[in-house]
Design a protein around this ligand. Sequence first.
Ligand SMILES: [Zn+2]
Length: 335
Amino acid sequence: MKNFFNVLLLLLIPLLWNCAFIKWCIETRYDAPLTEAVIPESTLAFLDSLSKRLLSGDDHLVLHRVDSINVDSWNNDHDFGRRDSNGFYVYEEDTMFVIYSDKNDSELLAKTLEYARSAVRPLEQVMGQYYYPYMVNGRKLPLYLCTDEDNYQYACRSLCNDEDDYSNTWGLCVQSYCGYDVLAQGITLNYGSMSRISRDPDLDLKATIWHEMNHYVYFQSIDLSKEITMHTWMYEGLAEYFSSNVKRQTTSLDSVEKKAVYTNTLEASFDPFLFNYSGGELFYEYLKATYGERVVLDFIQDIYTQPLSSALTELGSGMDKARQGWVGYIEKHYI
Ligand SMILES: [Zn+2]
């Protein structure tokens, strides 16, 4: 009889424990994740510097730290572009993208969608993967196509929730993060400015979409639980390296950029700011020319989860050797 009670007790204890665990899971399923505390300090410092700094140049990247990303935020029904008062047309026939446009121009919308879709496969090849809606809680990537420069400014300010001046930019990728979650608020496109300035606005529209979508994939891919370094040249250079498949901007360096080659180290963002785009792109180009495309892919995978110094060690290089190789490559081909 005593044995019977012992066996019963042995069966009951795990059963009760499991019941208590299931109850806790159900009760806490909508709580905000308490994971931010384990984002390493150095990674948080990089993320904060991105949130605070207004980046200047042709393309921006904005990453905001928010208190919480609730379940509804992923649903496109709550996008800024859908609010009645702002006058954006909504195009959502596509399974991956939703376009909010200030002009009901079917030809331009079809072109924008085609350019966005054309980036998906190349992103998978260069970045290792693309983030389809099913991988981000069903969220389609919102594109804000603005043919009017004031509307562009309005869309940027609304997504960024500030009053900064975005008029000198052609595109913006706005994302928010909380804990380990990164949510893409949307990509804004200044087609009004492209049409006014560019000789080929459609080519610039496509290159800008590719650039901003590269930011989308990069920041979805980084592992915030790890110690990582995100110097500006690393992600702006990568976005330029990728969008060069559409339009190559770094065909020559001006005298200031040429000088910057000798004064910048790889361990910080570059100065002057625009050199992050050209100098950064040429770093990836140097890697490809020296080690091949496969190694560039490995390096990109490594910087999602490791500091730059470790990723370079994996390459069999190291910081000093990589800098020497990068400077030597630019000297040979661009100076
Ligand atoms: Zn950018």
